[in-house]
Design a protein around this ligand. Sequence first.
Ligand SMILES: *Cc1c(COP(=O)(O)O)cnc(C)c1O
Length: 393
Amino acid sequence: MKDKLTATRVDWRTQLVDATPMAPGGFRSLNTPVERGSTTLFDSAAQVRDVWDPAVAAYTYGLYGTPTTYELAERIARLEGAKQTFITPGGQAAIALVYLSLCRPGDHVLVPESAYGPNRAMAQGILSRLGVSVDMYDPMIGAGIVDMLKPETLLVWCESPGSITMEVQDVAAIVAAVHRHGAYVALDNTYAAGVLYDAFSHGVDVSIQALTKYVGGHSDVLLGSVSVCDETLRGRIGDTRAQLGMAVSPDECSLALRGLQTLGVRLDALGRTSTRVAEWLAARPEIEQVLHPALSGSPGHAFWKRDFNGAASVFSIVFKPSYPREAILAFVDALKLFRIGYSWGGVTSLAVPCFDMNRQYRDYDSRIVRLNVGLESPDDLIDDLSQALDVLS
Ligand SMILES: *Cc1c(COP(=O)(O)O)cnc(C)c1O
């Protein structure tokens, strides 16, 4: 390949900065290459423009997208059946992008009490400073959401199953009521990895994921996605993302693209293991309840059976009231294979005590521990839980 520079004789210093390819062409890998770039080159001065929208001009500035980031976006869009997916620096950034794209002062927003903590924090923090009012609702409310809608309600969040307390929502019933009202429904679809629950066929307007969890799949990437079908929403989210300057690194996206290739086998294994471990725990005398969507006593189990194609890796256990918080902390400390830490969806099993949540609708005070199973042998995980439970007696 020849360009302006190599055609002329130049000083070696000038030669050094020129990155025109010298390697032979024609290399074809099975995997998506990492293409980095803030500046993207135009062929002529007349073509110079600043456009975020790939439907108008694919590449005008690296902030808006590179071949690697668009590859990931397109693959998530195809899996979710969306018109366009925007990749964000994390799942929380995806949530923030939805709020900032849609809400104006005076609007009202409804958030399930079981929503991811930082989602609630943003609703009650930044949004309330911007003049948006927020109410929390019972995630099991279903069609009863109609009683909480106000004339100024613009957006209703769903998260199914909910964080920590794992309530599976009747999203279709909520969508029907909210759409009759003329408002939007956004779903945090992280648990389903965009594949175990079909958000758009259930009428959801915006589906977000923390790709950090199952798509990344190895606890070493932070990324999120916002997916939409509606053209007006696509424009507003695209404009807002560009104005916020929410860029993602192609290196992170390439890790997520690699994660996608094994997502199928990982989810199958994680779902099998989590269900088996959850059923074993449900039969233990120390445990009052196991909050796992595939278990019949779990809140919203019937909706999970109706709407989901499988279970994922994360669930919670509630100890009987006779166990004080110190005993439950000792149980978590006694675990060997389950490491102690936030997040989930990787290959390693994790445990975190989730005390003092102060929930109005379903509160388990200081008796709840969230577990995430990884890809270890289920027998070893059960042995580990068994020896840690023995610490309690
Ligand atoms: C982890 C998580 C997020 C946030 O994702 P980050 O990438 O950590 O910002 C959002 N929603 C749910 C349900 C999550 O579990």
